[in-house]
Design a protein around this ligand. Structure first.
Ligand code: PDD
Length: 285
């Protein structure tokens, strides 16, 4: 049975209850995180908590938890849920009000919820074992604050569903200028002639922690070139490789875009090099 954490208590998931007047429920008024953990070892815990604290401050939710407080909760959750390959979901909503009124209420206590869910085992840098992803593409119709990891995810959910309904694993998104933003739940990259390119951080994309770790590992290693720059639809369509990254997928090689093969249609050598480096370095973050 899954054990969750709700407002300072651990309990079976079935017993976790919140008010229907919670602003997370009524408005999607909250911030969340997903942190991966393999056999009890967390990846990127510090950066994940820092991003959540930044998100909470951007939407003016006051919750003064230290990184150590989060770590205590997360480590207990991992232990209580079997310490396998787990995603740890952390969620802070503004809290429960007595009425439905848009303005931020004074004096409400944030609702803190956390649970674990199983994720695939850590990616293996092996072309014969890696999962191949297929994606379709769409115009990015989400809001202009995609850098905030808000629990209000309907825009992302609708884009993910477009891919899902088309039998794809994800949907990659382009802004009105036909520039790549990201995918509905992942950051996106292309490789052309051995050079990796990914859109720069701005309001159009989430500052992914897998992206942060990957770019840092690649910069320190120095054998692969990474450009953070605008990537056009044309470049995506003629890329040798396309990748997605997220906490539960690590580096996901995309071999089909809109029903057509990406490059050779096989997983690429640059993916192999990058995933090998990521697998070796990721626990240092
Ligand atoms: N998704 N972009 C979007 C829109 C995302 O939702 C995510 C993560 C990412 C990758 O971020 P990170 O590397 O920090 O996981 C990029 C999470 C896992 C989710 O919603 O389940």
């Amino acid at each position: 049975m899954s054990i969750v954490f709700l407002n300072n208590e651990f309990m079976p998931m079935e017993e976790a209850k919140i008010s229907p007047m919670d602003r997370g429920f009524l408005f999607g008024d909250g911030i969340y995180e997903v942190v991966p953990s393999y056999d009890g070892k967390l990846v990127g815990f510090g950066p994940h908590v820092a991003r959540m604290q930044e998100g909470l401050s951007l939407i003016d939710i006051k919750l003064n938890w230290s990184t150590q407080q989060w770590r205590d909760v997360v480590e207990q959750l991992i232990e209580k849920n079997g310490a396998g390959n787990l995603g740890i979901y952390l969620h802070v909503s503004r809290g429960t009000d007595s009425k439905r009124y848009h303005a931020y209420p004074e004096n409400v206590t944030p609702t803190v919820y956390a649970f674990t869910f199983e994720i695939p085992q850590a990616a293996v840098a092996d072309k014969t074992k890696a999962k191949k992803y297929s994606v379709n593409s769409n115009t990015d119709l989400r809001w202009k604050r995609c850098h905030i990891k808000s629990t209000a995810l309907l825009g992302n959910v609708m884009h993910f569903q477009q891919g899902h309904s088309a039998g794809c694993n994800e949907t990659i998104l382009f802004n009105d200028n036909d520039e790549l933003t990201e995918a509905s739940s992942c950051n996106a990259y292309i490789v052309k002639d051995g050079i990796i390119a990914t859109p720069p951080l701005d309001h159009q994309i989430l500052p992914g922690i897998t992206r942060l770790i990957l770019l840092d590992i690649l910069a320190k290693d120095g054998s692969l070139t990474v450009e953070e720059r605008i990537v056009t639809r044309k470049e995506v369509e003629s890329a040798d490789e396309i990748w997605l990254t997220s906490s539960s997928k690590e580096i996901a090689p995309v071999t089909i875009l809109d029903g057509k093969p990406v490059g050779s249609g096989e997983i690429g050598d640059v993916w192999l090099a990058a995933q090998s480096l990521y697998s070796l370095g990721k626990y240092n973050y």
